[in-house]
Design a protein around this ligand. Sequence first.
Ligand SMILES: Cc1ncc(COP(=O)(O)O)c(C=O)c1O
Length: 332
Amino acid sequence: MIIPPGIAALHRFGLIDGPSPLAPLRRLSETLGGTAEIWIKREDLLPLAFGGNKLRNLELLVGAALAEGADSLITSGRRWSNHCRLTAAAGARAGLAVHLVLTGPPPPAGAEGPNQILDELLGATVHVTATDDRAQRAALVEWVAADERAAGRRPFVIGVGGTGPIGAAGQVLAGLELADQLADVGIGDATVVLPSATGGTHAGLLTGLALALLPLRAVIGIAVASPAAELRSAIDATLDGLEPFVGLRVAPDAVVIDADQLGTGYGRPTAAADEAIRLLARTEGILVDPIYTAKALAGLIARVRDGRLRGPVVFWHAGGGPGLFERLPPAD
Ligand SMILES: Cc1ncc(COP(=O)(O)O)c(C=O)c1O
């Protein structure tokens, strides 16, 4: 793998021991009729706290925090945020205090969901807001940062989802890693299917795969949090932000978004995602979560079934396992 100099120059705090596995899903492929050769990229097996894609972003964000002399991390997200759980884990590994601002109606006392329980287990201080209003969340993050500074500490604020050019640069490395693995197994024309929420993973992977000059067919982001137009502009902004680090701007028409699996919104269960969870569990013994990865898998399955997707396909298993145990709001 040749790392672009602009990314090699970034500070990096090691959280990942080596490549996540790329493995074939033979029984799932057969069950879906054998027209697609489905592989899985096991980002869910990355080392810390039940794994997940956001450890890629956090290697560089924690590296930046340490280089600045920070002694605490502050980030925010929904109560079920995997990024928040992994920030708590990365902070523990780096010896940094972690503050998490969690949004959404708080659960009744004693009924915290699995991610919040894990956040606290990992030593993070959790601040819960009563709403999921973005402006209120930003204000509370600023208030926590001001409080830290007033106490003589040096906080480093990480944006929602760890997105932005520095975090997404970690996903560029993931894209380069996948390109090496595909070359090793002799696949040169795969389609990659991933869950896309803030779009940082999508933008980084697209950029990494473009840098590797792999003749891919497409990278399809299954929208799990916002409608296609909103997601597209977030991805475009991150692609712009990555350009100075990599010397390459992926063409806008390479951004493929499928918003058919969003259902009634972020964190709202869908019948197709429920079916995808059961199908993968019962053919391969692998678990996906209802918020992110099951919706991406449902998009993949729909495309294989109606013939839009054939040949080699990589399902990007971005992690999120604890989400299986979250008490989610019902579909509207
Ligand atoms: C399991 C999982 N998959 C996918 C995503 C989406 O990644 P991104 O925000 O980079 O689009 C997230 C975001 O937190 C996640 O936790």
